[in-house]
Ligand binder design. Structure first.
Ligand code: KG4
Ligand code: ZN
Length: 359
């Protein structure tokens, strides 16, 4: 294996079709030569969530196109690559299968090593891609499909300290937006409304704070929000702009409080870490980022740019580079895994939302 390593990454586990070319030489910053993402938001808009069949078909249609774009934007030919990394799970099975089939085809045709990557490992290793963060570190993954605290000790060494037992926070933001008539995906809209609202007007629960440990729960919050909304509507016959802003602010404050307190506990349970990193779409939330940074205290806080927090193929290519360096490759028996926990020793999490298994 000659350094630097240049890998093609392919991602299709949820509702983003991605392909990217990433190059890295040990000790140097990671180079993202291209990072193409084709989203599907408009295809699912009418349904209020990701429809697996529609997602799978859209991935199958777009995958070779985005792969061609990624190679041409990077100015790299297949022959210049050192390997092909692909998300092999967890996620919506139809989409994962499409990506795995493409990667296998390319690997069979070129003889390049095939590297199956766990999508969650892609997110979990992103702070190394963006900031070169050294092991071990603590990661909070907060997205539309995932929510967990992971201690990251190596490219394939993850310990889950806790996670959601039902919805992911992004799902809760999206459902809140839906209940208040705001567009999808709801997170950014709820954040904008919340900025004009009074977080203290509605008393929302702080689920699981009364129990020890780092597990989280978000499904009760959406029920509380619905009740509060219905009470206002029953009293006044509708919601004013201010009512909506106050509901958003109260909801966001509850999510931030819970994530901040559970982060404090996860940090206390992680001696010797080099940093505390966040990843996932919800990590774009400014209120949340500020709270987490405050909780980190003296521990360096790493929040990658949004384009690398949300689903993308650059993180898959980079995780592939780390696996390839360990000499870990796959052959053509690689299969798509809808569920694939990073920490195989941790008890399975309960629940699986609209965006697929939480592993
Ligand atoms: O990581 P991501 O792009 O996709 C996966 O779920 O894997 O995350 C998307 C989620 C959506 O639920 C979206 O509403 C949420 O991230 N989100 C936010 C914000 N921006 C995106 N949630 C809260 N505040 C935001 N500013
Ligand atoms: Zn993801």
């Amino acid at each position: 294996m000659t350094e630097p390593l240049t890998l093609l990454g392919i991602e299709s586990s949820c509702d983003d079709t991605g392909a990217a070319v990433v190059r890295h030489r040990p000790g140097a910053p990671v180079e993202i030569l291209s990072n193409v993402v084709a989203g599907q938001t408009e295809l699912h808009a009418a349904y209020g969530g990701v429809v697996p069949e529609i997602a799978a078909r859209a991935h199958a249609e777009k995958l070779d196109l985005v792969t061609e774009q990624a190679l041409s934007r990077a100015g790299v030919a297949l022959g210049d690559l050192d390997g092909i990394a692909v998300t092999a799970g967890p996620g919506l099975i139809g989409g994962v299968l499409s990506g795995v089939m493409l990667a296998k085809g390319l690997s069979a045709a070129t003889g390049l090593p095939l590297i199956g990557v766990n999508h969650l490992a892609g997110h979990a290793l992103t702070p190394r891609l963006t900031d070169g963060l050294a092991f071990p570190y603590l990661l909070l993954l907060v997205s539309g499909g995932h929510c967990q605290f992971l201690r990251v000790d190596g490219p394939e060494a993850f310990t889950r300290l806790g996670g959601t037992i039902d919805d992911a926070p992004g799902e809760a933001f999206d459902k809140t937006a839906k209940l208040l008539g705001l567009p999808q995906p709801g997170g950014p809209h709820v954040e904008t409304e919340a900025a004009q609202g009074d977080p203290a007007r509605f008393a929302f629960p702080r689920p699981l704070l009364d129990r020890p440990g780092c597990d989280l729960s978000f499904s009760g919050l959406k029920t509380a929000l619905m009740r509060a909304r219905d009470a206002v509507v029953a009293e006044k016959g509708g919601l004013t702009r201010q009512d909506r802003a106050d509901l958003c602010a109260g909801f966001q404050a509850a999510v931030a409080d819970v994530l901040a307190e559970k982060s404090r506990r996860a940090l206390a349970a992680s001696p010797g870490i080099t940093g505390f990193a966040v990843a996932g779409g919800v990590a774009a939330n400014k209120t949340l980022r500020a709270r987490l940074e405050a909780v980190a205290g003296a521990v360096p806080f790493v929040a990658p740019p949004l384009s690398l927090c949300t689903d993308n193929a650059a993180m898959i290519a980079y995780a592939g580079i780390e696996r390839l360096r360990l000499g870990h490759t796959d052959d053509l028996t690689l299969t798509a895994r809808p569920r694939w926990p990073l920490d195989t020793h941790a008890a399975p999490l309960i629940g699986s939302g609209k965006r697929g298994a939480k592993a």
